[in-house]
Ligand binder design. Structure first.
Ligand SMILES: [Zn+2]
Length: 376
């Protein structure tokens, strides 16, 4: 498996301890959702250190521990000629790379990683992709939207948040103290959790079929959580690698981005749900967080309906009186939003408000840089 390449990769891994930034992976949203009606064929069982559990003729399941509320990310190993293709990787943190090293001495002993596939650009998914690529001299596969956005975010090194970020916070209703607190946290945290990516990549395209070790995998792209998220479908084995596009127990974060203020991420998310509902219902769904489950359609419909319920509640409240995004938190979230969650809560609230604006259900007025959302 290329001992020299492995030691070169390790040499540039460095020693990354747990950092508070590690919880900023932006995978988990705050919108509460129901997971009723799902079944978990493996129950409470989950892979331990160094262990890969076979869950389908072509797929094994491994777990990479993660700091923060997520606790772990799942990586899926697809049987390939000469080894396995690894889907998603964990953060560039020592506990994550140690988990891989335990696998290389455990169930993956003498098994090469033939390709690294990342469902999307979030650091817990691509954090160790560059390290695995380097260690195994394997190619990296991503969609172009995820690849380019990852490269852009890693390259965007600056001391302070861009002015557009503070303007969006002000627009959402943050006070100057909160804006200043965010500014003091600096910028450019993204690249610190991601091992240097290779210069080039192999492009995944929606609908494309990949032959991985004689198994047929189809790329199914969704959007809303990230720009061009790749899921992988193996119909013969009845398996969907869903990444963060479909999670069983937590809701995926769907947020307005300050770099795309006219975007409609929730509209894209809802359209992606409709698209995924065209897939067979009896698949084993392999998510990035949580356990493999059955009940794809139940889960998708629950996610869709809960967003619609919240959009309706927002529209009703805004018809009574105009509000800022921060005034809408109690309408969307069960938990109280403090300084730790205000960024995420704001992104998700703006995504809902923007979807209502795009569909003509509310109107936005700007007063002194603050957005007030009200009746049309
Ligand atoms: Zn994600």
């Amino acid at each position: 498996m290329g001992g020299d390449a492995a030691s070169r990769a390790d040499a540039s891994l460095g020693h990354q301890t747990l950092s508070p930034d590690a919880s900023l992976t932006a995978d988990e949203g705050l919108v509460p959702t129901s997971a009723a009606g799902l079944t978990y064929p493996w129950g409470e069982r989950a892979p331990g250190a160094g262990e890969a559990i076979r869950i389908a003729p072509s797929v094994r399941w491994v777990r990479i521990p993660m700091p923060g509320s997520l606790g772990h990310i799942n990586s899926w190993l697809l049987d390939d000629e000469g080894g396995v293709a690894a889907v998603d990787t964990g953060l560039m943190l020592t506990p994550c790379s140690d988990a891989w090293k335990a696998l290389f001495e455990g169930d993956l002993a003498d098994t090469a990683i033939t390709r690294v596939i990342c469902t999307h650009l979030h650091p817990d998914h691509i954090g160790l992709a560059g390290w695995l690529v380097k260690r195994f001299e394997a190619p990296l596969y991503m969609t172009r939207g995820e690849w380019l956005t990852a490269r852009f975010m890693i390259a965007d090194v600056r001391e302070e948040p861009p002015a557009e970020v503070s303007a969006m916070q002000r627009g959402a209703g943050w006070d100057e103290e909160a804006i200043e607190r965010a500014r003091a946290q600096g910028w450019s945290r993204f690249g610190r959790m991601v091992f240097r990516l290779p210069y080039g990549y192999r492009r995944l395209i929606d609908g494309q079929r990949l032959d991985i070790g004689g198994h047929d995998w189809r790329v199914v792209v969704g959007s809303g959580h990230s720009p061009e998220h790749a899921c992988l479908l193996n119909e013969a084995d009845g398996v969907l690698i869903s990444g963060d596009q479909v999670l069983p127990r937590i809701s995926s974060n769907v947020s307005m981005s300050s770099s795309e203020p006219d975007g409609d991420p929730l509209g894209e998310w809802l359209a992606s749900i409709d698209k995924l509902l065209t897939l067979p219902d009896d698949l084993i769904v392999c998510p990035a967080h949580g356990e493999p489950f059955r009940g794809l359609h139940v889960r998708l419909k629950a996610l869709r309906d809960e967003h619609h319920d919240r959009l309706d509640a927002l529209a009703t409240a805004l018809a009574e009186e105009p509000r800022r995004a921060t005034d809408c938190f109690p309408l969307l979230f069960r938990r109280t939003i403090g300084p730790d969650h205000i960024g995420l809560a704001t992104g998700e609230t703006l995504a809902h408000l923007r979807q209502l604006e795009v569909t003509g259900r509310v109107r936005r007025e700007t007063q002194d840089g603050v957005w007030w959302w009200g009746a049309v």
